[in-house]
Design a binder for this molecule. Structure first.
Ligand code: ADQ
Length: 483
């Protein structure tokens, strides 16, 4: 299928991808160098893409052994042993990492964009380091650009990258994807460098968002703050750059994931299923990065509420929460983990019986193969993001589960716009999550199958490959100022 795509048909087309997160990291363990994939939407999505198409991915090298394995140009072929594409690493100083990445990206722009009432922490110095980070990435990208290169920059950590890149390569055509929500103006207007941020983003030739709401919010901010002309969704800046703003919801490798679910994990799935069925228990699976936007404590507290209000569920359901460590150096994230562990201890202490405990909490990276086995075995997949750009977990569950499970999905995840047959919940209200869990558990088999089939139809219609094709096709048609 990927062989028929626009990218494959464009002779010599060369994808140059940029993100701060890398798809594979090398680390020391027991004195030896090991390699593993990384958790996160951008890593998962673009890894499946570049494995098909090849290309170069420029990302920050943050693994403890990342420097050990690269060549003199900071490049290493990945995945290990397969060498499908080139990963080029950029190194940051401690200060750039702590301020430009951790403080500016993750303590300013992340809470600013996700409206979950965590206050962004603004600092002049962090913004300076953010500029340096973006400049470094642009320098590294510039060295890789040839005539047929398509430059695709990803996410809020690199919002200034195109502006720096175009100083070095004025003719470069760049597309940018903003993977998180773009907030309404009331939330956005407190950002001290808002005009600079918008003006830099508008130096791209294409900007993509997951939902129409984010696209509209962005265009509203542009019209309020930037000297430009807006015609429908095309922005022309005072300098004459044309930037198209499009809604392009990200997809997954549906065929790849459902194939993997059907073939390679059958033994594992049966083992998990049999274990729960023998004990007459239902399995609820939740998979997230350990981030405060994902509503992890909320779902554990909802389970506690469910047991209190409906004691018949005690000893009948288990929540398996897989939470990948992320941004562990930030206080807000340490607190999120502590809160989740406290909530887990509380519910387990109250309700555990014999060898059963209501919540199994795994604070670790888990390989996708195992996650897919869990999605397939699960009776319920529970997604309670307080705010989420899209949420790929919900789509991965739909692709993996045979149709006898059910998705409980936050109304505030971008995915809820597409997955209308999921059970919707408001994660800010514990009772709403508990009711959603109950509705999913009690849903008649026929209804579950009908709803799951509809969602499978939706998710399988568009794949990550079509998504990337559309993005690159639209980008290819854009004109570059002065070229
Ligand atoms: P994320 O916030 O990282 O992505 P999400 O879209 O759910 O959120 O993607 C998470 C990915 O990481 C999934 O592929 C999942 O399987 C994987 N993952 C999660 N926990 C894991 C674990 N413990 N071990 C291993 N893998 C794990 C950002 C935005 C989202 C948007 C994506 C893509 O915040 O809203 O959907 O980018 O645009």
């Amino acid at each position: 299928m990927a062989g028929e795509t626009v990218i494959a048909k464009t002779p010599g087309s060369n994808i140059l991808l940029a993100s701060t997160s890398e798809p594979y990291l090398h680390y020391y363990h027991g004195g030896e160098v090991h390699c593993r994939g990384t958790a996160g939407g951008v890593s998962t999505a673009f890894d499946s893409l570049l494995k098909q198409y090849g290309g170069t991915w420029v990302a920050l090298g943050l693994g403890s052994a990342d420097r050990e394995v690269v060549d003199s140009k900071n490049k290493v072929n990945v995945p290990p042993g397969e060498g499908k594409y080139c990963l080029k690493r950029v190194w940051l100083s401690k200060k750039e990492e702590e301020s430009g990445l951790a403080l500016a990206s993750n303590s300013m722009l992340w809470p600013l964009s996700h409206v979950v009432h965590v206050r962004p922490q603004f600092q002049e110095d962090a913004w300076e380091q953010y500029n340096i980070l973006n400049q470094k990435m642009a320098d590294s990208l510039a060295k890789e650009i040839t005539d047929d290169t398509v430059v695709w920059i990803n996410d809020y950590q690199l919002a200034l990258c195109a502006a720096y890149l175009k100083k070095l390569k004025p003719g470069a055509k760049t597309g940018f994807f903003w993977h998180i929500p773009w907030p309404g103006f009331e939330a956005f207007k407190i950002f001290p460098w808002k005009k600079e941020l918008l003006e830099s983003l508008l130096q791209n030739n294409l900007i993509g968002f997951h939902t129409d709401e984010y696209t509209k919010n962005f265009l509203y901010a542009v019209q309020k703050l930037v000297d430009c002309k807006v015609n429908e969704r095309e922005v022309t800046t005072a300098e004459g750059n044309k930037c198209l703003v499009k809604t392009l919801p990200i997809e997954i490798d549906y065929a790849g994931i459902s194939q993997q679910a059907q073939n390679t994990t059958r033994g594992d799935v049966e083992k998990i299923r049999k274990h729960y069925q023998a004990l007459n228990r239902k399995l609820i699976v939740a998979v997230d990065r350990m981030d405060y936007t994902k509503g992890i404590s909320e779902k554990i507290k909802a389970l506690d509420y469910l047991f209190t209000s409906k004691p018949e569920y005690v000893n009948k359901i288990t929540l398996l929460q897989i939470a990948a460590p992320t941004r562990t150096n930030l206080a807000e994230y340490k607190k999120t983990l502590e809160d989740a562990l406290t909530a887990t201890d509380a519910v387990n202490w109250k309700y555990a019986i014999g060898d059963w405990k209501p919540v199994i909490f795994v604070n670790d990276f888990v390989p996708l193969k195992e996650i897919i086995a869990l999605y397939r075995a699960a009776d319920v997949c529970l997604v309670t993001s307080l705010h989420d750009g899209m949420n790929l977990v919900s789509k991965e569950f739909i692709a993996s589960n045979p149709g006898n499970g059910m998705l409980v999905l936050s109304q505030f995840a971008g995915a809820s716009e597409e997955l209308k047959e999921a059970v919707p919940v408001n994660p800010f209200l514990i009772e709403s999550i508990a009711k959603g869990i109950e509705q999913a558990l009690e849903m008649p088999e026929v209804e579950k199958k009908t709803r799951m089939d509809e969602m499978k139809k939706t998710v399988s219609q568009n794949t990550i490959f079509n998504w990337a094709d559309s993005f690159i096709k639209i980008l290819a048609m854009q004109q570059v100022n002065g070229v």
